[in-house]
Design a protein. Structure first.
Ligand SMILES: Cc1ncc(COP(=O)(O)O)c(C=O)c1O
Lengths: 407, 131
């Protein structure tokens, strides 16, 4: 144990470190000795070399999802990709209809974009997921209308790791002539994606969730059948007019390299990470009153979201200073509202407040998982000794029936 | 969330954790907060014939600041008369623990807890006198 470096990183869903192989490559595109040119400079070799690097990276991103490189548009990250996709498609198709469908468990980059469109006069349906986090396809079907122009559903949820059935949703959207956008920030490089086999029209990616740098992402925009969107950033007409701005060569090269490595190593890596997650879960599941948030089957390998009933998440994190992770508790924010994702799954406020998200990745180790198990078990035991709710539970009192004097 | 030293000390070595029997006449119990809000405090005081708080115990579900606020409170009330204990202000707790603005509600909850515990004790005494 002594060789473990503290704190241990269990927050790969928030961001990943850049793979040293990726950083190595990026460094060749910055300095006077490197390929620093503007990829849009057509009149000299500095520009040509940079352009070649950008196109190679575009090819690597496309290859991971079996797309045509011409279908990849560089952005600053999945937030921008989501904005461009949803606003761009909604605006372009405004005359056809002004109805959008999404889900309550989407990332804020999707939900807030939809809120903005509502302010502009669009109508948005926010689907409730089932308690396991999955969308009931019948409910989606019932929500679809003739004037529904865009459906935006994420592939893998960032808090729970639940994987949606985007193949089935794609079929339904295509049948309704509705544009289907998928936020794949958490799934690229973790779940196989064959865009040719899916009826997905647009897909958002981020480099920093798969060992690439922060501040770079991409949007896949289908060419056959062609999807048209309105640009959100105007300027020099880069990226076929869809997204202007000088391309950040080093960032793009980093994203390309990260995607290239992901394609090569994804299968073996997933097996290993799944083994770690199972080990973690097996080490915790026999604790009394433990609940996994989100479906355990339809789930990405690296994320475990788990609630320890009657223990508050933030205090749990405080006892676990050696572990860097996230909690669904929002005690730090003035709102006192726990995770909206867990609430949308129908979890009680207590269970949402009692949740931890542990996410593992490329550099996670068995010893780190074993250490986490040992520490979490001890912390839960300690905090339950301190918890009046645990005492009431032990006395057989139903907490949900108590009338609380809230303040 | 970065915590102050005193919060960490109370959190790591909470004072006076535990429970007294609620039914006992010389015990006052204050249970405040709500699980939905992320914090519940149970504070109990043991009052002697002279009206002095002889002992206090707590259990708290909540963040580190909530735990520290209630732990500190049990130390403060011991040896005080009920009247003196009523004078403890949330601002005193917040100042002693150096609570940041987002955590002030934890000290408010602690003040509620001691008041509710005193009321509970006094109500029991009155009922006893009336019976
Ligand atoms: C599902 C999902 N969508 C979008 C984003 C935002 O991505 P970015 O940080 O690249 O803007 C994230 C990450 O925070 C995410 O997990």
């Amino acid at each position: 144990m002594s060789e473990l470096k503290m704190p241990i990183y269990f927050d790969y869903a928030a961001t990943t470190p850049v793979d040293p192989r990726v950083a190595e490559k990026m460094m060749q595109y910055l300095t006077p000795m490197g390929v620093f040119g503007n990829p849009a400079s057509k009149s000299h070799s500095f520009g040509w070399e940079a352009e070649a690097a950008v196109e190679e990276a575009r090819g690597n991103v496309a290859a991971l999802i079996n797309a045509d490189p011409k279908e990849i548009v560089w952005t600053s990250g999945a937030t921008e990709s989501n904005n461009l996709a949803i606003k761009g498609a909604a605006h372009f198709n405004e005359r056809r209809g002004k109805h959008i469908i999404t889900c309550k468990t989407e990332h804020k980059a999707v939900l807030d974009t939809c809120r903005q469109l509502e302010r502009e006069g669009f109508e948005v349906t926010y689907l409730d997921p089932e308690p396991n986090g999955l969308i009931d396809l019948a409910k989606l079907k019932a929500a679809m209308r003739e004037d529904t122009t865009v459906v935006s559903i994420m592939h893998v949820n960032n808090e729970t790791g639940v994987i949606q059935d985007i193949a089935a949703i794609g079929e339904m959207c295509r049948a309704n002539k509705t544009i289907f956008h998928v936020d794949a920030a958490q799934s690229a490089g973790k779940v196989p994606i064959d865009i040719e086999a899916l009826k997905v029209d647009m897909m958002s990616f981020s480099a920093h969730k798969i060992y690439g740098p922060k501040g770079i992402g991409a949007l896949y925009v289908r060419r056959k059948p062609r999807v048209r969107i309105e640009a959100q950033t105007h300027g020099g007409g880069h990226e076929r007019g869809m997204r202007s701005g000088t391309l950040p060569t080093h960032q793009i090269v980093g994203m390309g390299e990260a995607f290239r490595i992901a394609k090569l190593e994804m299968n073996a890596e997933n097996d290993r990470i799944l083994m770690l997650r199972n080990r973690l879960y097996d080490g915790l599941k026999d604790i009394e009153e433990v609940y996994v948030n989100g479906d355990l089957e339809h789930r990405v390998a690296g994320i475990l979201n788990i609630s320890f009933n009657y223990v508050e998440g933030e205090s749990l994190m405080m006892s676990l200073k050696g572990l860097a992770m996230s909690s669904g508790s929002a005690c730090t924010s003035a709102s006192l509202e726990p995770s909206y994702v867990l609430r949308a799954l129908g979890r009680s406020d207590e269970l949402a407040h009692s949740s931890l998200r542990l996410s593992m990745g490329r550099f996670s180790k068995v010893e780190e998982v074993d250490y986490a198990i040992e520490r979490i078990r001890a912390a839960v035991e300690k905090l339950r000794e301190l918890s009046p709710l645990w005492e009431m539970f032990q006395e057989g009192i139903d907490i949900s029936k108590v009338e609380w004097v809230s303040h | 969330m970065a915590y102050g030293e005193k919060v960490i000390d109370h959190y790591e070595n909470p004072r006076n954790v535990g429970s007294f029997s609620k039914a006992d006449l010389n015990i006052g119990t204050g249970m405040v907060g709500a699980p939905a809000c992320g914090d519940v405090m149970k504070l109990q005081i043991k009052v002697n014939d002279q009206g002095i708080i002889e002992d206090a115990k707590f259990k708290t579900y909540g963040c580190g600041s909530a735990i520290a606020s209630s732990s500190l409170l049990t130390e403060w009330v011991k040896g005080k008369t009920l009247e003196e204990a009523k004078l403890i202000k949330n601002t005193d707790i917040a100042a002693e623990l150096d609570l940041p603005p987002v955590k002030i509600h934890c000290s408010v909850l602690a003040e509620d807890a001691i008041r509710t515990a005193i009321e509970d004790y006094q109500k029991k005494q009155q009922e006893q006198a009336g019976a």
